[in-house]
Design a protein around this ligand. Structure first.
Ligand code: FMN
Length: 222
């Protein structure tokens, strides 16, 4: 067997991990930090971000016409584009997407090239409730898939999250933590395969709107 020399090894995967809560004591930020630790442990590089870092006015076409896309949205778009994949840990508000997150998606979607297109994403949520914010993630899939993101089919939602963490930031339920670690591993494996070891023809049957070889789809760019 031929040994792979260090200079031939690919760069580690770069993963943006975004907490989509604005709260300082956010449960979703805690979940994002745990995901970051597990991802880093597997050798990938994490770019840690919080929606707090990207203050944005409500989307307004007149503001965009006058001033363009705000620098904070451009910064978020650049960080999405620089990563091979992104994670969002998002609260559920009224069984759907928090307004600040949807507003950020709307602003970033105005950038060209449109940064969400063809990026892989894994969705996480944490909530004190017994549903763990999972309905919000189903709602979040809609705009992301519309924008051409390859949203991983599996998601992770932590129910009763206010009681769900140890003092060191692990999950109190070790079985659940194993499940999170396994989900992250399989997700990273897919991202590596799809971004580093692309087959002759690259086709995701789950995303039928994207024709192989088509430069961009109308759906994802307009
Ligand atoms: C406006 C609003 C709506 C909410 N709706 C839901 C909901 O539908 N489902 C749920 O599980 N939790 C809901 N919650 C509770 C949040 O899950 C909880 O506040 C959570 O801690 C927010 O995430 P964070 O800790 O990351 O900020 C809601 C909270 C607010 C402020």
């Amino acid at each position: 067997m031929t040994a792979v020399s260090p200079q031939d090894r690919p760069e580690p995967l770069r993963i943006l991990v975004l907490s989509a809560s604005l709260r300082a004591e956010s449960l979703n930020t805690r979940l994002a930090l745990l995901a970051e630790r597990l991802i880093t442990g597997s050798g990938a590089v994490v770019d840690r971000a919080s929606l707090r870092d990207f203050p944005l006015p409500p989307y307004d076409g007149d503001v965009e016409d006058a001033d363009g896309v705000p620098a904070t949205a451009a910064d978020l778009g650049r960080r999405i584009a620089e990563a091979q994949a992104f994670l969002i840990a998002a609260p559920e508000y009224n069984a759907s997407i928090p307004g600040a997150l949807k507003n950020a998606l709307d602003w970033v979607s105005r950038l060209r090239p449109q940064p969400f297109k063809d990026r892989h994403a894994l969705l996480l949520s944490a909530s004190p409730s017994l549903v763990g914010g999972n309905r919000g993630l189903w709602a979040l899939r809609v705009p992301l898939e519309h924008l051409g993101t390859r949203v991983y089919p599996d998601m992770f939602s932590l129910a009763a999250a206010h009681q769900g963490f140890t003092d060191t930031g692990d999950l109190t339920d070790t079985g659940l933590q194993d499940r999170l670690a396994e989900t992250l591993q399989t997700f990273l494996g897919l991202v590596e395969a799809d971004t580093r070891y692309v087959c002759l023809e690259r086709r995701w049957y789950e995303f039928l709107g994207d024709r192989t070889g088509a430069p961009v789809t109308q759906r994802a760019e307009d």
